[in-house]
Ligand binder design. Structure first.
Ligand SMILES: [Zn+2]
Length: 859
């Protein structure tokens, strides 16, 4: 599964921030309405999203297998779902080998059966017998990741059966190597059809659309998939999909912690996809503008009509996939002339590697391709229910990333949104409200995006609101008078526990003489002013740090649930953020650390206006920049509050503990993979890997980068902050990569402590971003008086728990009595350890490694 797929998937997950990011012991407030959280699950399954979401440009026009008219797409898809083993096409296969890019399949001995033709072509084959798959990932990151799942950096696995789908020359190649069974043979393909045909009817639908895409489109970007039954590794899929940037992919569906994960064992570019990277990133079509008219009915159901203005990037492809929540049913898709187009939605829910990809998509087949560069319109009509009443008149607006058909959030487009909704409710959306009206039963409003947005959305409730001005910008805050039923129930229960069981409420209890506490209901809207204050404070603070707030307005809206999300100009904050700290403490939401997570959530979401919305990320590998900067910005915001320095240290120490905590396999969470692997870090081995590793380690990386850039004389952080401001300036409205960030950051490091290689900071990022490992240091030091009266402090540092080539700048402090700490200097430590010598005016009580500024274990 390629990079693009991952990009689409994680962008569905765009800026979804779980509130309590401490290790989960049972989830705090997962609402039943968020179901087994399709979004959280989707993130876990990131790498296994629909392969068919991606396709490509090319030059040659398609001829349909001799026929004059292209076959009906619907009939062809049906044929692809129905293909079975052709009884006349079963062969003996011995010592045969096929190679697809870096994938090698050896068929030692057995039987192969080719599938019946669809659209005049053989698109699959099944093999039973003995064979082996061999694949060597080209880079160390992928080798190490493969080893996490298979205990070997090389995939070398015996198999007993293989299910294959393809649009390349595989049928021709394998047929040339096979022979008809001889009646004299000792082994006969007895039961082959009976064994395979039920499997085919189950697996086919997962791959049909991807095959259809090629049969009706560009043939220069073929597909090959082998679902292998391995002797030791069980069932896994090896694919080479030339429509994906990371065309070569090995993945497996695995159950763990009661969830289904699409584990990505390894994923990398093929020779061909690497050469066509730029085209593959664009895809076959791009949405330029959305015009969406949404009617929300009294029963919370939704009827939508979306007019998409798209630009063709492929002169051959006509099978186009769009993301849309499975909860919305597409009734019709039309072209600009009003001609109805073939549409497929949500085919298979089978539990397989393919369907672990999720099925929030709709596929549209154009009657003919549009030449590259041509702009045209597509009109979608859909209806369903993504809004749920969660009690106490609180609504949960679900499918926030898939309530309209899109080509993967993150591609910037302009939005013109119109809404009609029941008059008793308030609706707030992304963009500028340019029209409003209301009748006794219905309200209407229209919202235009302030420039291209990576995503658009709305929130809805019986809201009360406040408006604040910050300079020339407006901050609006929306919250309901009551909290959702689930929260209120817990509130009532926990308050009851604290109070003495009343004989009669409000009356003195005769047994104890105490007056029981009267339970007053939670009221999120009571805190509107306070949240407005916090929001304004964060906006002003981040403007000083990162430069001007990117938009003219910001709406902060309440949402039931346990996570936040930051859309352009519209933030979703959990109800918990609209409660007092004392009220939150009732829910024992992760204790003190949970409270810290709560305190920084609003700042985190506001920081996404810069990091995530104004600047995006190039591929899933680079999402850490956005989440890391939002998380670290929120920590900085915390640090400047009263008593904030202590809270900041506490927060980062907590992050360190989480990174060092052990998985059930006994490994540290941090060792689950480098942050560069993005959403792939959440998998069956490490269910919360993405959140823990990306948010928390990236916060530490940015903190250490700040320390590297800190002026050694003045202690000023200006170089670090200027670096960030300039980064915003340089990449505004675009999607920087990790390499972009490294090359940019290097300009702000005046000298590198490590010997220069490619650039000043390569050593730092190669360890912390592309690698794993938290070093352990042991320090020994002594001080002696010099003739000058000063003290010479000298000692040694030993490094362990990381590879020998690991190098780091280790800050050393002198401690003089309680609370008095002084920086002595920095020591560059390598695998061979280091010696140091500093001079100090006073005799230190103790010399130590500054653990507040270094992600390390100090012994
Ligand atoms: Zn975030």
């Amino acid at each position: 599964m390629g990079e693009l797929g991952a990009k689409v998937e994680e962008s569905r997950e765009r800026n979804v921030d779980p509130l309590n990011s401490a290790p989960r012991h049972g989830r705090g407030f997962d609402l039943s309405v968020s179901r087994p959280s399709p979004r959280a699950k989707a993130r876990a399954n990131l790498r296994l999203l629909p392969l068919f979401l991606f396709w490509l440009i090319s030059g040659v026009s398609v001829r349909w297998a001799g026929a004059e008219q292209p076959p009906d797409a619907r009939a062809l898809l049906e044929q692809l779902n129905q293909v079975s083993i052709d009884p006349g096409e079963i062969y003996v296969l011995r010592d045969a080998k096929i190679t697809r890019d870096k994938v090698n399949l050896y068929f030692s001995r057995g039987f192969i059966g080719f599938f019946t033709k669809a659209g005049g072509e053989i698109t699959g084959a099944a093999f039973t017998g003995e064979g082996e798959v061999l694949l060597i990932p080209p880079d160390p990151v992928e080798k190490r990741n493969l080893a996490r799942f298979t205990q070997s950096p090389i995939l070398e696995e015996q198999f007993t059966s293989v299910y294959m789908r393809f649009t390349d020359q595989t049928a021709k190649d394998l047929r040339a190597l096979a022979r008809k069974p001889d009646p004299e043979d000792l082994e006969q393909p007895v039961g082959f059809l009976e064994e395979w045909n039920p499997i085919l009817s189950r697996l086919n639908p997962d791959y049909s659309v991807r095959v259809l895409q090629d049969l009706l489109g560009d043939r220069s970007l073929p597909y090959f998939l082998a679902q292998v039954h391995g002797v030791n590794l069980g069932i896994f899929a090896v694919s080479v999909d030339e429509r994906s940037l990371e065309a070569v992919d090995v993945a497996a569906a695995r159950r763990s912690h009661g969830r289904l994960f699409g584990d990505s064992w390894c994923s990398f570019r093929s020779r061909s996809s690497d050469a066509r990277a730029a085209e593959l990133i664009v895809g076959a079509v791009r949405v330029l503008n959305y015009k969406i008219d949404t009617q929300i009915n009294a029963d919370n159901s939704l009827e939508g009509r979306a007019e998409l203005e798209v630009e063709s990037h492929s002169s051959q492809d006509r099978v186009l996939a769009f993301e849309l929540s499975r909860l919305l049913k597409v009734s019709e898709v039309m072209d600009e002339k009003g001609q109805s187009l073939a549409v497929f939605q949500n085919p298979s829910l089978e539990e397989s590697a393919a369907s672990a990809r999720g099925n929030d998509w709709v596929v549209v087949v154009l009657p003919s391709p549009h030449p590259a560069g041509e702009k045209y319109g597509l009109n979608f009509n859909y209806q369903g229910n993504v809004i749920t009443d969660v009690g106490n008149k609180v609504l949960y607006v679900g499918a926030r990333g898939s309530w309209y058909p899109n080509r993967g959030l993150g591609d910037r487009a302009t939005f013109d949104l119109r809404f009609h909704w029941p008059a008793r409710l308030t609706l707030v959306a992304t963009g500028k409200c340019v029209e409003e009206s209301s009748s006794s039963t219905t309200k209407y409003s229209r919202w235009l995006s302030d420039g291209p947005f990576p995503v658009a959305g709305f929130n809805l409730g019986a809201y009360e609101s406040r408006v604040r001005r910050v300079g020339n910008r407006t901050i609006e805050v929306y919250a309901t008078r009551e909290a959702e039923a689930l929260l209120e129930k817990r509130h009532a229960a926990s308050t009851a526990e604290e109070s003495v069981p009343p004989a009669r409420v409000g009356q003195r209890d005769l047994r104890t003489g105490l007056i029981p506490r009267v339970v007053s209901p939670l009221s999120p809207s009571a805190l509107l002013d306070q949240v407005a204050e916090q929001g304004a404070g964060a906006v002003e603070y981040f403007e000083r740090l990162f430069g001007p707030f990117p938009y003219p307005r910001l709406a902060i809206s309440q949402m039931p649930g346990s996570f936040g999300q930051g859309w352009p100009e519209l933030i979703y904050l959990p109800t918990l953020s609209f409660l007092t700290g004392a009220q939150r403490s009732e829910f024992s939401f992760g204790g003190n650390r949970g409270e810290l997570a709560n305190e920084i959530m609003i700042a985190h979401e506001i920081a996404h206006q810069w990091w995530g919305n104004q600047l995006g990320w190039k591929t899933y590998h680079d999402q850490w920049i956005s989440e890391g900067l939002a998380s670290y910005a929120a920590a900085l915001y915390l640090s400047q509050e009263k008593g904030g320095e202590r809270k900041f240290r506490e927060l980062l120490r907590g992050y360190k503990r989480d990174l060092l905590s052990k998985t059930k396999e006994g490994e540290t969470v941090e060792s689950g993979g480098p942050i560069w692997l993005g959403g792939r870090l959440s998998n069956s081995l490490n269910p919360d890997g993405f959140t823990t590793i990306v948010y928390k380690k990236a916060s530490w990386i940015l903190h250490m980068l700040r320390m590297l850039m800190r002026d050694p004389v003045t202690g000023s952080d200006e170089p670090f902050l200027r670096m960030l401001r300039d980064f915003v300036e340089a990449y505004r409205g675009s999607d920087p990569s990790t390499e972009d960030f490294i090359r940019h950051a290097e300009k702000y490091v005046t000298r590198s402590p490590a010997p220069a290689r490619n650039g000043w900071l390569d050593w730092f990022f190669s360890e912390w971003v592309y690698g794993t490992g938290i070093p352990t240091y042991k320090l020994e030091a002594s001080a002696r008086r010099l003739a000058s009266g000063k003290f010479a402090v000298q000692g040694t540092i030993e490094q362990s728990q990381v590879p020998a080539e690991f190098e780091m700048v280790v800050p050393i402090v002198a401690i003089y009595g309680k609370e008095h700490k002084e920086r002595l200097g920095k020591v560059f430590v390598t695998g061979a350890g280091a010696r140091f010598r500093f001079t100090s005016a006073l005799k230190p009580q103790r010399v130590a490694i500054d653990e507040d500024n270094l992600l390390a274990v100090v012994r």
